[in-house]
Design a protein around this ligand. Structure first.
Ligand SMILES: [Mg+2]
Length: 160
């Protein structure tokens, strides 16, 4: 089974409002999460990302500091059907052992995974991140957040 490791902030939540101006076209929704954080997202981008899971191309797993609250965010704020996606890793289990906890989750569980892995995280843009890219591992580095081009790349990778 292929998997997608999905972050929220900087991926489909364009959480820094001024960044919205960087987008040319596209429809944005803006709201407040139950935590009080302001969220801004493009419904068509989120829908297409969800479709990869729904079409069976890759199982959606959370790799985000939102952890178990990610499902709540997705169901409530984004008004999507109820879902319960697995949390791929938790910060408290890893932060004491590594400078970036998500990388440890990936290194331990997905670097030699039996299936294709798509890891989507804006923090992969930082120059000091390890590169796990291979024929079966795609790192997606959204900036300022996920775009149609990123989604095209993911779909090509999962269907090739
Ligand atoms: Mg992020």
């Amino acid at each position: 089974m292929n998997v997608m490791l999905v972050d929220i902030d900087g991926v489909f939540n364009n959480f820094v409002r001024p960044k919205i101006d960087l987008f040319l076209g596209g429809e944005f929704s803006v709201g407040k999460a139950h935590t009080g954080h302001e969220i801004a997202w493009q419904p068509e981008i989120l829908d297409r990302l969800l479709s990869f899971h729904d079409r069976g191309l890759a199982e959606w797993r959370w790799l985000t500091t939102w952890e178990d609250e990610a499902d709540i965010l997705l169901q409530g704020l984004f008004n999507r059907p109820e879902r319960s996606f697995e949390v791929a890793g938790r910060q408290d289990d890893h932060s004491a052992y590594h400078w970036w906890w998500k990388e440890l989750v990936v290194k331990d569980n997905y670097a030699d995974y039996d299936g294709k892995v798509v890891w989507i995280d804006d923090e992969l843009n930082y120059s000091n991140r390890d590169d796990y890219s291979s024929d079966t591992f795609l790192q997606v580095k959204p900036y300022p957040c996920l775009t149609s081009d990123d989604l095209d790349n993911i779909e090509r990778f999962l269907t090739s």
